[in-house]
Design a protein around this ligand. Structure first.
Ligand code: AMP
Ligand code: MG
Length: 501
């Protein structure tokens, strides 16, 4: 038996989730790593969640976030879940390489703190309990970029590295990301207790979510009504989340039910991608041969996952009448459509959602697809073009910048004429300035992450720091890093990102 890692003083954490039911989690010590080093630290996030930012500069914090020590008065746990992977029941999964250290409170808001890659747990199955530097750095930067773009997501508090060798397609080195979220509860947690006929645990889980995370549901509903109200809330949040992704050209890559957050957060960054060229059936995950999780499949696959959640939740209902759950599921399509229309109307400066703006949005997506235009840059060029125009008269014919992105064909010309007629704002500059605060210059493209990874694997986190700085203010132009906004190098297309991380 390996001895437990030493305990060190530090912030006092609660263990709210694990204490809600004995079946939820098992206590697990992290497995130490050699020569742990800080790579990235997020002081602003520490402060926001209620951890002293100074703690992130202590040796004790490095030990705790590397898994080389545990905090006094708190015991890390691994939670159990099951789920559907690529459309098939996969059985028990669970935190195979994640450890929940506990939760911290600030201003009444609880935040869970989790290590990813801190060693084996009872749920590691065939895995080694580790995460490699490559995927950990991608997760760190992507989750922070996502948060800045206003999309619900888990966050990244710290990245710690170790020279410990980790075998994937090649031998790489280990890293541990400390993630935070109000809750890491997944659809798969519910599926687990439903599938394993543990109605008490399933009801306790529902009560935990409805009292701790959405107290209005706990207050306003009981029994079967609470279950249906919870499903409706998750349907709405999930619809809003996937609408954000579609508007941003973001592909998650592995939308298995165990990667779906009950809170509608972007969770488990793996082979994700912010698309370069807008290709509707783009597949970012090299392991996804059938394209189940292609960009244009995401809304329906999220709806499929919600059905799996509904089936699990039905096991907690007293009544056999599934109609209230079916009703909640039916809310997905209209809520998604409305969320996407609102988000895209904002991105295109179209104001109110009505028939004309909806038509313009559909046609815009068609133009992007037809031209294979760069998703992020096209929205930004539109914003810049409006911002830089002297007046509306100067925009009467299709501007060169838009032709460069979308081509000069009749459909583009017609879209431009119709959009001009729709943009009823005093000046194009005012509209453009507003759009420049909505449409980023910078997203974390695969090749940018790869540049940071290549440098980091050589021990240099300078590129990662630069990228993080740019992604923290992605609406600014950052002239020194303009190439990250404008050029996608030809080698980007040959990057192959798979589930193996
Ligand atoms: P993912 O595809 O990363 O969402 O992981 C699916 C399941 O596999 C989860 O239960 C993970 O905890 C587990 N898993 C993934 N990678 C590893 C690993 N290296 N060691 C142990 N478990 C892992
Ligand atoms: Mg996962």
């Amino acid at each position: 038996m390996t001895p437990s890692p030493p305990r060190v003083p530090g912030p006092q954490l609660g263990q709210r989730y694990a204490s809600a039911h004995p079946a939820f989690a098992v206590q697990v010590d992290p497995t130490p790593v050699p020569q742990a080093r800080w790579a990235l630290r997020n002081e602003a996030l520490a402060d926001a969640v209620g951890l002293p930012a100074s703690w992130l500069h202590s040796d004790a914090a490095l030990d705790v976030l590397a898994g080389n020590a545990t905090l006094e008065y708190s015991a890390p746990v691994a939670t159990v879940y099951s789920g559907h992977q690529f459309g098939h029941w996969a059985g028990q999964l669970g935190d195979g390489r994640a450890l929940l250290l506990g939760d911290v409170r600030r201003d009444g808001q609880r935040t869970e703190i989790q290590l990813k890659g801190a060693g084996l747990t009872p749920f590691s199955r065939m895995g080694d309990g580790r995460a490699v530097l490559r995927s950990s750095l991608r997760e760190f930067l992507a989750s922070e970029a996502m948060a800045t773009l206003g999309v619900p997501t888990s966050r990244a508090l710290a990245l710690v590295t170790s020279p410990l060798p980790v075998r994937r397609e090649r031998v790489e080195t280990a890293a541990i990301v400390t993630r935070t979220a109000p809750s890491f509860v997944r659809f798969g947690h519910f599926e687990h207790f439903a599938h394993h006929h543990q109605p008490d645990a399933l009801r306790a889980l529902i009560d935990h979510v409805c009292t701790d995370l959405w107290p209005d549901l706990g207050r306003d509903f009981t029994g079967d009504e609470r279950v249906a109200a919870l499903l409706l809330r998750v349907v709405q949040r999930s619809a809003e989340l996937v609408a954000h992704w579609q508007a941003l050209g973001f592909c998650h890559g592995v939308l298995n039910t165990d990667n779906m957050s009950i809170l509608g957060l972007t969770l488990d960054y793996g082979p994700f991608q912010w698309m370069d060229a807008h290709v509707p059936n783009h597949i970012c995950n090299h392991s996804d041969q059938g394209g189940r999780y292609a960009y244009d499949q995401q809304p329906q696959v999220v709806a499929w996952n919600l059905q799996a959640l509904a089936v699990a939740l039905s096991a907690a209902c007293d009544s056999d009448d599934t109609e209230p759950l079916v009703q909640a599921l039916r809310a997905f399509a209209p809520h998604y459509a409305q969320s996407l229309r609102q988000g895209m109307a904002r991105k295109l400066g179209l104001g109110e959602v009505n028939e004309t703006s909806t038509g313009l949005i559909h046609r815009w997506f068609d133009l992007l697809a037809e031209a294979g235009a760069d998703h992020t840059r096209s929205h930004r060029r539109l914003s810049d073009t409006l911002r830089d125009a002297s007046d509306w008269a100067a925009l009467q014919s299709l501007p060169q910048a838009m032709q460069d992105e979308l081509g000069g064909g009749e459909a583009v010309q017609a879209w431009w004429r119709d959009a001009l007629a729709h943009w009823r704002v005093d000046s194009p500059q005012a509209l453009g300035q507003a759009l420049c605060q909505i449409n980023p210059c910078f997203v974390l493209r695969n090749h940018m992450a790869q540049e940071a990874i290549d440098a980091a694997e050589g021990g240099d986190f300078g590129v990662a720091e630069q990228l993080w700085t740019v992604l923290r203010t992605p609406f600014d132009e950052h002239p020194a890093h303009a190439r990250w906004a404008t050029e996608v190098p030809s080698w980007a297309a040959s990057l192959s990102i798979s589930c193996s991380s």
